[in-house]
Design a protein around this ligand. Sequence first.
Ligand code: SUG
Length: 418
Amino acid sequence: MKPVEANIDGLVGPTHNYAGLSFGNVASEKNALSVSNPRQAALQGLKKMKFMHALGFTQLVMPPHPRPDLRAMRALGFDDITKVPDELLQPLYSASAMWTANAATISPSADTADGKVHITPANMASKLHRTIEANVTATYLREIFPVPDFVHHLPLPSTAMFYDEGAANHMRLCKSYGEAGTEIFVYGGATARYPARQSLQASQAVARLHKLTPSRTIFLLQTAEAIDAGVFHNDVIAMSNERLFIYHEKAYENITEHKKALDEFISIVITEKELSLRDAVKTYFFNSQLVTLPSGKIMVIAPAECEENKNAKTCFEKLVSDGHVSQVHYLNLRESMRNGGGPACLRLRLSLNETELTKINGNFILNDALYETLCQWIEKHYRDRLSVVDLRDPSLAQESLEALSELHRILGIKTEML
Ligand code: SUG
């Protein structure tokens, strides 16, 4: 059985906006209150999915969440969206579920003691606008990966001790897809400026739930310096694929302790001199998708911002000239990038064998026909301009929920959640 890489990308929702909700995420803070273009955002993300599909990867689509989140609104004691104050209205309208690298942690069957794929939806407990994602994420994941073929766990308890932000803080190294791998969990500790968004307790709990082999499980501590420079997730400072692990020299406190376990893989350290932490955060160099093409060649799918930065571009050129990577493809994802989400943030990666692949709900797999349908759906329902002031417009709620209800019909979603 030939195992494959699959990706689930979040389709950007019709309420994509810049509300500055993520303290510690430099782009979100910097672009707070600027005007977004939800239509462009969704089309940019969809184009990436089409690109992956054309390369031969299995590409899945994760629908946007219902926004405004009327369930969360009612749970807070409101019965009318026009009465909700801004500080709650903005989180209830956030389209942040688009960044599916934060949707869950997934361990492939090659790594788990029971030989099954294990899925733990992230609780995203550190931010209100993101923690309301957990239930719907769990529901969508169950639609895509039916029980009992896939094992679904509950999100961890929603409290600081268990802050969990999913695959954005999780990597997997292996000799080749299908072979047992080494899973790496990255967590944060005390910092001076910005909060850590993944806890060690959470990472350890996920490793236990997924029945991983302790000798092939590593826990890396992020440096406070990196978090305080805006590295709010590990995928802003490291990337990995199969045996290749590329990370910034300032990423981890304790990586030397794990040198032996990492020895069987190829580690490439990018120095501060080659690419400063500041430029890593600015360009999202490490938030690239590092993929093995069906031909066996390694490709990087990088944000267009890297092409415009001399040092980032030079680092990629060096990876190519050293033979680690055969090709770099730059993609325009500016709408998402302005909220701190690059190519890797927009996707949840998993490795599946051929049998598991046949068990996925095929309605969510992108093909040319679904791509066309989704483009038309976006053109029909999305605005090309949205500011936080527009969140006060009651017709936006109606537009957004109507669009989602049509999308649920397109994708054949059975669970009632609107
Ligand atoms: O959680 N931005 C997201 C970006 C997530 C990126 N994901 C990964 N690195 N994997 C976040 O900080 C901004 C929303 C706003 O400000 O309107 C936001 O939530």
